[in-house]
Design a protein around this ligand. Structure first.
Ligand code: GLU
Length: 475
């Protein structure tokens, strides 16, 4: 049987990094098993779900490279892929449960339910003790519904223990009596999560359910529905939660939690993918920088960690920096351009831009950091005095270098010099003025940039407009 896994996002907000991680695990498992990765939108919470959030989430999943084999936009054999378009199905299955005596209409009032729940809390009785669970009242309930009254349908919870085997948590056991008869279909005809989720996973033939640990307890109610509807039970992997450094569940307090924000802040999708993948899963060879194509074959459900994964944005930044460093300059330039506002940058040739991006690609962690490098290293007119510069200027050879560079710059009437020009100026100082080693290299750097360290001078100086070099040296 071919593997089928899914992400079942609720479109009630932007894509959260926790859900993105769940999507990544499902996607990788599908790739590894040559199965299918499906996106099913769980939009039955009509008040909180919006089309806009759905679209945002779909865009962000696509941006991360998580192409689905079946989804609302790319429906397959088991359409529709949006729960709000499957409501009739849930009604049919709820009806089946009613017909088989496995569910009942509940006519208890809110007050009665309130009393029941308080009693359950204080006396430890079953959470639902209403009279409607007794078969003797079912005919009455059905005729009230036939006469037009509305009532929710509750599942009649069997009095037995349940258990399932989880890839991460091992054997998970639920003793009898943990939950009361729960609503599966509200009086307005909308299904509840535990019910429609199971109906869909079964009808859409999911083989493995990979999702967050916070859903472990829901699995109890879901197992009951699988059993009652005689559906095949899939395998489960409940992956550990993401937590902040204070060991609390990851939330907005811990900083950015939406994929969209990382995208806007200049993180690369492959880096976010890479980092999220490592939060709770480890590579068999402990690799920590990779693209999904490198690891899909090594992915397995047995390498998930049982303990919570601490979200560490500094590690994410580092991984982002590694991906920037490993990228082809052409591709990197495409990604950097939208993050640069500087007009000077945009008015330069592509060759200039490629050279600039290559020069700094191993010195930044975020795409937006390229912008500040323009002013920091290229577009300044005067050399800031500093103790480093003073030291270099104090060497007896430096004024000689300065004089030579000034004389050479005065002869230049092009916008930029070439690396060869700088080479020949240096050669002159070496051969004719006998300046070597540190005094030569640091002398040139000091005189031209006012700094005592920085990126390769033979790339940096040809990127700097000659007009600015002249101003710096007072030519
Ligand atoms: N709609 C649910 C959620 O977003 C799906 C959970 C599940 O994967 O079963 O949390």
């Amino acid at each position: 049987m071919s593997v089928r896994v899914r992400l079942a996002p609720s479109p009630t907000g932007n894509l959260h990094i926790g859900n993105a991680r769940t999507a990544i695990y499902n996607f990788l498992f599908a790739k590894k098993m040559q199965g299918s990765f499906i996106i099913r939108v769980e939009d039955t919470d009509l008040e909180r779900s919006t089309k806009e959030f759905e679209q945002n989430q779909m865009e962000d999943l696509k941006w991360l490279g998580l192409q689905a084999d079946e989804s609302p936009a790319n429906p397959g054999e088991f359409a529709p892929y949006r729960q709000s378009e499957r409501l009739e199905l849930y009604k049919d299955y709820a009806q089946k449960l009613l017909d088989e005596g496995k569910a009942f209409y509940d006519f208890c009032s809110d007050e009665e339910l309130q009393i029941m729940s308080e009693k359950a809390k204080s006396e430890g009785t079953s959470p639902y003790t209403g009279k409607w669970k007794k078969a003797e009242h079912w005919d009455e309930a059905k005729s009230r519904v036939a006469a037009g009254e509305k009532a929710p349908i509750r599942f009649l919870v069997p009095d037995k223990a349940y258990s399932f085997k989880d890839y991460v948590r091992g054997e998970v056991k639920f003793p009898a009596g943990m939950v009361g008869d729960f609503v599966i279909l509200r009086s307005n005809g909308m299904p509840t999560y535990n019910f429609c989720n199971v109906v869909d996973d079964a009808l859409q033939k999911m083989t493995h359910i990979i999702r967050g640990e916070d859903h472990t307890n829901n699995t109890l109610r879901q197992l009951m529905i699988y059993e009652a509807l005689d559906f095949d039970i899939p395998e489960f992997a409940h992956v550990s939660l993401l937590i902040g450094e204070d060991r609390q569940k990851l939330s907005k307090r811990h900083g950015v939690t939406s994929v969209r924000q990382y995208r806007e802040d200049g993180y690369l999708p492959e880096a976010l993918f890479n980092y999220l993948c490592l939060l709770g899963w480890s590579h068999p060879e402990e690799k920590d920088v990779f693209n999904w194509q490198d690891i899909a074959n090594d992915f397995s459900l047995t390498r998930f960690s049982k303990s919570h994964a601490i979200y560490d944005v500094e590690k994410l930044k580092w991984i982002n920096g590694q991906h920037i460093k490993n990228m082809e300059a052409e591709e990197l330039l495409q990604k950097v351009r939208p993050f640069i506002k500087n007009e000077f940058f945009h008015s330069q040739t592509k060759e200039w831009q490629l050279s600039f991006v290559s020069l700094f690609q191993d010195k930044v962690q975020l795409l937006k950091e390229f912008e500040s490098k323009i002013n920091e290293y290229v577009l300044f007119e005067s050399l800031n005095s500093s103790s480093e510069l003073d030291e270099i200027m104090g060497w007896e050879t430096t004024p000689q270098i300065q004089d030579h560079v000034k004389a050479e710059l005065a002869k230049i009437d092009t916008d930029f010099i070439q690396a060869e020009d700088l080479d020949s100026w240096m050669n002159y100082c070496k051969k004719e003025l006998k300046i070597k080693g540190k005094p030569l290299f640091m002398g040139f750097r000091g005189v031209l940039t006012g700094m005592n360290h920085g990126p390769d001078l033979k790339v940096l100086v040809p990127l700097t407009p000659v007009s600015l070099l002249k101003k710096r040296l007072g030519v």
